[in-house]
Design a protein around this ligand. Structure first.
Ligand code: ADP
Ligand code: MG
Length: 665
């Protein structure tokens, strides 16, 4: 394929400017889609403001005067009579039009009007006066030194010279099925649309192509993973497993049972497990994880569970000890803060295999940690861990199965894409007897009422989380605001209750200490400037107050709300905000995290759901996961069908698609 520099008109300078905005190949260039279109109507002079764009009909009144400058540049001026008055027209670098621009000729001029000089600087002159009533002009992301006009010229030149060579990723069969135009035509139209109908049609076609290519890749990777036989093969005794499950002090929900079943099947299968276990806060993922660890133990392998913070690791550890107290299973906790001596003991146990299960933080994946036969790795709140960290396990050659747990419900659309190459188990059903958390939206002016509600809970012996109002980090005033809030609460509740603060700039040790005190009910009101550590379990906390609630996404609010309602007492969540009440009202009526995340997603896109980690994979040039869900589903179905269809195995396109995937991975 030709290179960018081969396109006529692209010299070294424009090449480096194009590179600057991420355009390196001809393919990049022709898929540099307009981010919007300006629709120009044919109009009259009097309706157009200074500096505005215009399309106007008129008759040439004066012989064009041509001026030539250095470097082959030129400019032409003439007068145009229009139904709404006479106007001057200037056009650059169209000397070749001079012979056609005769006095008395009818033309359409497209350009920008300078009202004070009464001159239109034209970008184009057309002679076909019967052409459309509107002109749709593409507007591109450009950079200084590279104009919209340049961009358009380069793209059209590239299409003219190399349009036929541009790979069309839609197989013929689907091209025909949906009566799509070919790639070259589609690109021509998207960059030079004549009507909005045509534009719409090819936009769908190009979106489909992009999603087809993407879903093909995901389907392919998934298929490959399934085919790889590099996982552990185990035979798990259902009898022993069921015996164990029957001893759990509550009955598992159907979703929990189903998830366990799916995991156990994965553990037995020869491919490596790569599964996401998702479920709302409190839906009971932990038991599922522990049961998986037990199944793994039955086959003689070690398990490791990674948590994002020490507090969470410790919490899991205590639960795990309780869970396996009547068994011979040896459990250890490995975090950064335990003594060197203890650490060495644990390292030894993991190396020799006397420790069967280990819980910990990042400490689990340090180089010093060598496992004897690690068979299963579980990460809690997986989006907090980087991919390379997970890969960092020293395991004497055994490739463990991996289970990710996430309490952030992912809308179907995202599950399909972000976790597209993972299998997903979902727990939707809640354990029986869970109470709904009452949620109220309050204004700042209703603060007295909020304080009264808090006081009622405190009197009942309960504890409260408070998320402090938004503060500009840069102002460095955050502690002042939080301290003021603390003073206000002190004033309201006197010295009867202990109030403490955790904030973002605090060392993690100090933070953990206060969290610990809150857990032990030595602190009754915990004011936090940051989002409270995900997953902390303090059943006695029954109220969550969130100031400036409008600044959070609904999914985050739902997560925060999930900190309460963990015990048997009725719990509540108070959202304080003076704006965005409509959105916050969703929280009042909805308590299903999946529904909330769908709503959030409709309102805000995926920004709130995850950090930036996934965003690289999520950038599409024309498709949008948010708006093009239907096309995505179709593309998913079609690409899977195409991939699995043996008759197409000799297609050069299929080979090409697979080749391009294996190259980048
Ligand atoms: P999460 O999904 O947020 O990790 P947990 O696993 O911590 O939820 O479960 C929350 C609480 O619910 C725990 O105290 C757990 O013991 C309890 N639990 C889990 N499953 C059930 C069930 N099927 N019936 C009753 N209680 C359950
Ligand atoms: Mg949990």
């Amino acid at each position: 394929m030709a290179e960018l520099k081969d396109v006529k008109g692209i010299g070294p300078k424009s090449l480096s400017l194009l590179n600057k905005i991420g355009i390196f190949t001809i393919d990049d260039l022709v898929t540099h889609y307009p981010f919007r279109y300006d629709v120009l109507k044919r109009d009259e002079l009097s309706n157009i403001g200074d500096g505005e764009k215009i399309i106007i009909d008129g008759k040439i009144e004066s012989v064009p005067i041509l001026m030539r400058f250095k470097a082959g540049l030129n400019k032409m001026n003439f007068r145009l009579v229009t139904p709404s008055g006479v106007v001057g027209v200037s056009i650059f670098n169209r000397a070749f039009l001079k012979s056609k621009l005769l006095v008395g000729t009818d033309v359409i001029v497209i350009g920008k009007l300078d009202k004070s000089k009464n001159v239109i600087t034209a970008s184009d002159i057309k002679f076909d006066i019967l052409s459309n009533k509107v002109k749709i002009e593409p507007v591109y992301h450009c950079t200084s030194g590279l104009t919209n006009k340049n961009m358009s010229t380069y793209i059209n030149m590239a299409l003219l010279m190399y349009g036929k060579e541009i790979v069309d990723y839609i197989p013929n069969e689907y091209q025909e099925r949906y009566q799509f135009v070919n790639k070259k035509t589609a690109l021509n139209i998207i960059h030079n649309p004549s009507t909005s109908e045509k534009l719409k049609e090819v936009t769908i076609r190009l979106k489909y192509e992009e999603l087809f290519q993407f879903m093909f890749k995901i389907n392919y990777l998934k298929q490959q993973k399934k085919r790889e036989k590099n996982g552990l093969v185990r035979k798990i005794s259902r009898e022993k497993l069921n015996h164990f499950i029957n001893k759990i002090p509550f009955t598992l929900t159907n979703d929990q049972t189903k998830a366990i079943d799916e995991i156990v099947k994965d553990l037995e299968a020869p491919h490596r497990m790569n599964r996401l276990l998702q479920g709302d806060v409190g839906s009971g993922k932990t038991v599922v994880a522990f049961t998986a660890m037990y199944a793994n133990y039955l086959c003689g392998y070690q398990s490791a569970l990674m948590a994002p913070t020490e507090i969470l690791a410790t919490q899991h550890y205590l639960n795990l000890c309780e869970f396996f107290k009547d068994t011979d299973i040896q459990v250890a906790l490995l975090t950064g803060s335990i003594s060197k001596k203890e650490k060495n003991e644990i390292y030894k146990g993991l190396l020799t295999g006397t420790i069967h299960m280990v819980i910990g933080t990042h400490a689990l994946i340090q180089d010093e940690v060598i496992y004897n036969n690690l068979g299963l790795v579980i990460t809690d709140e997986q989006h907090r861990f980087g991919v390379h960290q997970r890969a960092n396990l020293q395991n004497k050659g055994i490739k463990p199965d991996v289970l990710y747990m996430s309490a952030t419900p992912i809308p179907r659309t995202y599950a399909l894409t972000i976790f597209g190459d993972m299998d997903v188990s979902t727990i939707k059903e809640r354990p029986k007897g869970r109470q709904k958390i009452d949620t109220y939206v309050k204004k700042n002016s209703e603060i007295t009422e909020v304080l009264e509600m808090m006081y009622e809970e405190l009197k009942g012996g309960h504890q409260i989380y408070v998320i402090a109002p938004l503060i500009e980090e840069s102002e460095n005033s955050d502690l002042t605001t939080v301290n003021e809030l603390k003073d206000q609460m002190k004033l309201a509740f006197k010295d009867k209750y202990r109030i403490d603060i955790v904030h973002g700039k605090m060392a993690s040790g100090a933070k953990d200490l206060i969290m610990e005190q809150f857990k032990n009910n030595e602190v009754q009101i915990l004011i936090s400037t940051t989002v409270v550590e995900v997953g902390v379990d303090v059943p006695n906390a029954t109220t969550m107050v969130i100031f400036d609630a409008d600044r959070f996404g609904l999914s985050t609010l739902h997560q925060l709300r999930g900190r309460v309602g963990r015990g048997t007492s009725k719990s509540q969540c108070i959202l304080v905000s003076d704006s965005d009440a409509e959105r916050l009202k969703i929280m009042e009526r909805e308590d299903d995290g999946f529904v909330i995340s769908e709503e959030d997603f409709k309102l805000r896109g995926h920004g709130d759901l995850f950090g930036t980690k996934q965003s690289g994979d999520m950038t599409f040039k024309i498709a949008s996961i948010k708006n093009d869900y239907k096309i995505l589903l179709q593309a998913k179905k079609d690409s899977k069908e195409y991939l699995e269809n043996k008759d197409t195995d000799n297609d050069s396109l299929k080979k090409y698609l697979i080749q391009s995937i294996t190259k980048v991975n």
